[in-house]
Design a binder for this molecule. Structure first.
Ligand code: 13P
Length: 256
């Protein structure tokens, strides 16, 4: 039994007040109100309020990061309590761009995951190997270490309250998408490892694919038994491209 698909748009450090305005208008016009799949968008912090106030009903909104601290002298950071106060539903943790550019460790990402849950925000844990790691057959080890750190911090039951996004680093923004089989292989590995800890959670947790996902490959990727939707970067930046992916989720969700 397939889980409810989720199409999530990570806008990264793109956009402006005008962009958000236009996007919200287009999504309001184009997204069907009745859907059997979930849609979420992740703007930069300072656009969250505008998205939350103007998004179509039932579109979820999330932040791209959060602080591992409750509050205090942490200049430039944003807390889970602040995100919750704004009305954020979700938050990305451990995106590879942050792991690389901000040196976020597995342990730090796990703390952020815990912090999101503590404030009732659903975390999306991003995991994935670099091209060097794939070439040296370390994909499973790398991905599992990233997930295991979260299990060590919060336990498998709480991991199950989040979402996992498998985003092979070599496929992000490169146009080189993982094949549906490559994605399925890793998703299946994650699920089988989780099943060793808790079978119900392994079957229930959503695992998204991210990395050059677009309208033309979404159907093939999302049809894989262990792929439950996508975390979309570049193709989430125009309503038309994003809708093309949503339409594939719609087709696959008919009759579910
Ligand atoms: P692209 O879809 O641009 O490859 O980005 C994927 C991603 O990093 C989403 O978080």
């Amino acid at each position: 039994m397939k889980r409810k698909l989720l199409v999530a748009g990570n806008w990264k450090m793109h956009g402006s007040l005008k962009f958000v305005d236009g996007m919200m208008q287009e999504l309001n016009d184009m997204l069907p109100a009745q859907r059997n799949y979930d849609v979420a968008v992740f703007p930069v912090y300072i656009h969250l309020h505008q998205v939350i106030n103007n998004k179509p009903a039932q579109v979820l909104c999330g932040a791209q990061n959060l602080s591992e601290h409750d509050d205090g002298a942490v200049t430039g950071e944003v807390s889970a309590a602040m995100l919750s106060d704004l009305g954020c539903d979700m938050v990305l943790v451990g995106h590879s761009e942050r792991r690389v550019m901000n040196n976020e460790s597995n342990a730090e990402v796990a703390k952020k995951f815990a912090q999101a849950l503590k404030y009732g925000i659903q975390p999306i844990l991003c995991v994935g190997e670099s091209s060097v790691e794939r070439q040296s057959n370390q994909t499973f080890d790398v991905v599992w270490a990233q997930i295991k750190a979260v299990i060590d911090e919060v336990g498998v039951e709480k991991l199950g309250q989040g979402v996992i996004a498998y985003e092979p680093v070599w496929a992000i923004g490169t146009g080189e998408t993982a094949t549906a089989e490559q994605a399925q292989e890793v998703h299946q590995f994650i699920r089988s490892q989780l099943a060793l800890n808790d079978d119900t959670i392994a079957r229930r947790i959503r695992i998204l694919y991210g990395g050059s996902c677009k309208g033309s490959n979404a159907h093939e990727l999302f049809s894989m038994p262990d792929v439950d939707g996508g975390l979309i970067g570049g193709a989430a930046l125009t309503a038309q491209d994003f809708m093309a992916i949503c339409q594939q989720a719609d087709i696959l969700s008919q009759g579910v």
